[in-house]
Write a protein that binds this ligand. Sequence first.
Ligand SMILES: Nc1ncnc2c1ncn2[C@@H]1O[C@H](COP(=O)(O)OP(=O)(O)OP(=O)(O)O)[C@@H](O)[C@H]1O
Length: 231
Amino acid sequence: MLEARNLSLIYRNERNDEYYALRDVNFLANHGEMVGMIGPSGSGKSSLLYILSGLKKPTVGTVYYQDRALEGMSYNDLAEIRRKEYGFIFQRHFLIDYLSVLDNVLAVVNQSQKAWHNTAINLLEILGIADFANQKPYKMSVGQRQKVAIARALVNQPKVIFADEPTASLDHSNARMVMDILASLKGQTTILVATHDYSILEQADRVVHMWDGRTIKTTLPSSLPKSTENV
Ligand SMILES: Nc1ncnc2c1ncn2[C@@H]1O[C@H](COP(=O)(O)OP(=O)(O)OP(=O)(O)O)[C@@H](O)[C@H]1O
């Protein structure tokens, strides 16, 4: 469903030296799988998520979504896929502070359709923030804002969810709730979760380990340390 072949992402510094943020990465996520990407800060998790979603272009290599190369797609086709088929949870939440929580969630869909409104309210209820629906996000805690971003990522019922540290601002019980919500979508939704926190990947089908811009191994979550110790 989502595949990357031979990806490298190269940055150059002011002296024109090359720096590999990703080097020769191959990646496959099947339909309905939850795949974790784990590795320390700077290992390339976010870069890989951005490239897989088409938000960033690799220096070398190709990404295929449902057997179509992103590389050959027009800007509009790619934007359409992102809008209709992808959901994003970024490390920064990118909420619009002059819109209400509900309008932030609805910003990614056709707001004239009542069904989206009901879906959005339902998500806010599941996430425990329905009481804030008409509030502006800047009045909320960072954890509550993260939940708004999660509701926005799910409202269009995406085929693929790209989640970069989705529980970073949440306490343990809220983090578990969010991971349970994401895991409940397995089977119909492909979910990619980048994190440095082992403990949130218990429900992943596979975990890809990253180090220094490379994927070094793939394991089952059961082989991750049992403690909440992070990499
Ligand atoms: N725009 C950029 N210019 C130069 N180097 C960059 C840029 N973006 C990322 N990098 C570098 O690429 C490497 C991989 O970064 P990336 O953010 O993908 O790692 P990460 O594993 O997601 O880390 P974190 O968990 O801290 O977000 C890092 O060394 C980072 O400094």
